[in-house]
Design a protein around this ligand. Structure first.
Ligand code: NDP
Ligand code: PYC
Length: 342
């Protein structure tokens, strides 16, 4: 195993905030980003944990994100809130619009949030989890960039397009899942490359359209959608809902900032919040209890629920801290101690 560096959650937080602020992010932007990457690291979601700080700094250096943007919320329609991230990161935009979304969902039963013009790099589960903690059912999705070949195709066109869902539970933590519609997130392939490990067959094809286990060839080629045409169709739905429906870009109309001056990483995110009380009134408690039978049936078979692993990791991280590759730690320290960006 590669050398690891252990950090307490407080150390992970301070390091994240310091790296971001040293590289030009405002206090509010840095805090919103740090909340997401530290939560992901805490829950051992490595592809969207502290590793993502490298992407944030690279993107700000290439002019792909406004690190001091102040998001602007608009009351778009009775059931629609929108927030313009104004070229900043999606995370502060979501946090700014979260309460108006909750209030609308409680007032109308179903409400949508459109996040526009955002640099989006994060895991989605913290957002839907936070809505389910308020008693709402939530769905979130976003396109990324053209990284995935459509089922039956051979060139990158679709994003890795994650979808996350959360369901409030009467006792205990919400039921949450969150995954890319590619076989795995691209970040997972990047982590394999950094660790010098090959990837399993079936994740990606190379530039010539051939199956590959070489992460560099995969990154230069295309990831594959999970479940063939089914994952690809879900991915297309995400492009449409989080793109044209909310007046934003499709994945292939964006690209990461890379120093060429042609990067255009900003796009949208679509979030739906539903209030069980509005659908069910006094029956809500009984129906939420009914859902528990499904969860119990799953675990009774020895299967696990999505998010069970995350919560076990969360408990462990609270007592033991988090471990990140020593090489990543060294890079983050360098970014923290380097010259401030102008
Ligand atoms: P995975 O393929 O690891 O799937 C993760 C989901 O599946 C989690 O909800 C996980 O629960 C659940 N899961 C995994 N194994 C099991 C199992 N055996 N039984 C039940 N549930 C299981 O994740 P991805 O690589 O597809 O995505 C990782 C992250 O990348 C996501 O958070 C996603 O939001 C993010 N992402 C962000 C993008 C962006 O543009 N912002 C683009 C693409 C991905 P658990 O967590 O408990 O293991
Ligand atoms: O891991 O696929 C990914 C990803 C794309 C944008 C942010 N994460």
């Amino acid at each position: 195993m590669n050398d690891q560096t252990r950090l307490s959650l407080e150390e992970a937080w301070t390091l994240s905030v310091d790296v971001l602020e040293q590289n030009g992010f405002s206090k509010d932007q840095a805090a919103a980003i740090a909340r997401s990457v530290v939560a992901a690291q805490r829950d051992e979601c490595h592809s969207h944990g502290l590793y993502r700080l490298l992407d944030c700094v690279r993107t700000v250096r290439y002019g792909g994100v406004d690190p001091r943007a102040v998001p602007e919320v608009a009351d778009q329609a009775p059931g629609v809130v929108s927030v313009d991230a104004r070229g900043g990161c999606s995370l502060l935009a979501f946090e700014t619009a979260r309460q108006p979304l909750i209030e609308k969902a409680r007032a109308t039963g179903v409400a949508a949030l459109a996040v526009n013009n955002a640099f989006h790099f994060s895991a989605l589960w913290p957002e839907v989890e936070s809505l389910a903690e308020q008693g709402l059912v939530a769905l979130a999705m976003t396109p990324s960039h053209a990284y995935v070949a459509p089922a039956g195709g051979h060139s990158p066109l679709l994003g890795t397009n994650p979808i996350a869902f959360a369901w409030p539970r009467p006792e205990g933590v919400p039921f949450v899942f969150d995954f890319a519609t590619s076989v795995v997130a691209r970040g997972e392939i990047e982590l394999h490359r950094r660790a010098g490990e090959s990837i399993p067959e079936g994740w990606a094809i190379d530039g010539a359209g051939q199956s590959t286990t070489d992460p560099s060839a995969a990154l230069a080629g295309a990831l594959l959608p999970f479940g063939g045409h089914k994952g690809a169709a879900l991915s297309i739905m995400i492009e449409l809902l989080a793109g044209p429906l909310i007046g934003d870009r499709l994945g292939h109309q964006t690209r990461p900032a890379d120093g060429s001056g042609e990067g255009a990483p900003q796009h949208g995110e679509f979030i739906l919040a539903m209030d069980p009380q509005a659908f069910l009134g006094t029956d809500a408690e009984t129906r939420l209890q009914q859902a528990e039978a499904l969860f119990e049936g799953i675990t009774a078979q020895g299967a696990r629920l999505p998010s069970q692993r995350r919560h076990a990791a969360r408990a462990r991280s609270h007592s033991e801290g988090v471990a990140i590759p020593a090489a990543l730690y060294a890079e983050l320290v360098q970014l923290r101690d380097g010259e401030a960006q102008t």
